[in-house]
Design a protein around this ligand. Sequence first.
Ligand SMILES: *Cc1c(COP(=O)(O)O)cnc(C)c1O
Length: 437
Amino acid sequence: MNNHHLLQRSLQAVWHPCTQMKHHERYPLVPIARGEGAWLFDTEGKGYLDAVSSWWVNLFGHNQPTIKEAIKAQLDQLEHVMLAGFTHAPVVELSEKLSALTGLGHAFYASDGASATEIALKMSFHYWRNIGQPQKTKFISLQNSYHGETLGALSVTDVAIFKDTYAPLILQSAQMPSPDSRLAEDGESEEAYALRCAEALEHYVAQHHAELAAFIIEPLVQGAAGMAIYHAVYLKRAREICSRYQVHLIADEIAVGFGRTGTMFACEQAGGKVSDIADFICLSKGITGGYLPLSVVLTTDAIYQAFYHDQTVKGFLHSHSYTGNPLACAAALATLKLFEASDVLGDNQHTARQLWAAAAQYDLPFGPVRQRGMITAFEVDTPNPQFARDCYAAALKHGLLLRPIGNTVYWMPPYCLTVADIEHLVQATRAAVVESL
Ligand SMILES: *Cc1c(COP(=O)(O)O)cnc(C)c1O
């Protein structure tokens, strides 16, 4: 089948996500045939360096042998069994490992990030109800936050383009000032600004805690806000405030988990384990190395115990058909094995330094480069209102998959970048930016 036919059929048969389909009259789809390392190859063999890890899911590259073999081996044993009333070794092993890594436990599985957000919100609400505080029904999040696009998740998401149209369908929630360090005043440090935002949080929580169930937050980096990075002290203060006023803290590490920000989980940068900061953690995206859909919510023993009861309705009432799918769990176990097999976080530090140095040397009209681990970003100063789309299209011509958010250009590549990959990434990004100013 030639490319042209495949593209035409896709536009007829497939409704693509996050896409105004009419724009494909001008911007053709890219038909991908295979992947290898940090690269994707189209049906005519042209390569694209995957600088966004295929929407932030891929960690160790495409066609990764360890993960591929683990899925194949699992496929010969058991492809799927329902997790109500049944269990299997991959789900048990994965749950134990995630518990050891985070300090939280009682893993509840789903298949995508938005579902993990829904689960954490429902669990928090239901916990308060079970312990006799049914008035705690409200949620708060940060300005410009992103927690997924199903109706509950959209309620705590604060990105106008995703939310405004559906506003009549969703729950009310309040948004707290974002500690995004780009919003600090001149001369104000990242830390001082984060502390100022924490004060505003405390002010709100002190007044509303009686009806608040939980505060949900993307630790350290608000991805969809344009890689908004903030000081870890905010997480520490948020934990203290939530503890003082009996409000749950939900860490949405769907994008930042599994080494992305330089530590295994972003919460760790506030000192200690995830369980020192969060009552719930939501994980997805990188959990299977980008191979299969899987998400999980982990929580504390105390929250779990509030559901442990003779009455069915006191139990957590939630299920998905593919909960705890063995193939996805096998992929996740293989991904964790790759973290154990070598010093991934240490190697990433080296790669990140190279990326930072390269970006800092650009002769482009752009603001300071910012970075947390394997997330690097900078703002481009341009009058072009279509900069993001033009830059995306220009990058494709140069063999690069880059998806700027507004005027923010960011790299969130797989961890397996070679020296040659970095060189290509840096050159092609520069060319694409220059052509779309
Ligand atoms: C991607 C993302 C989600 C939603 O995950 P999906 O699998 O796309 O539903 C939620 N929260 C954060 C922080 C994300 O980056």
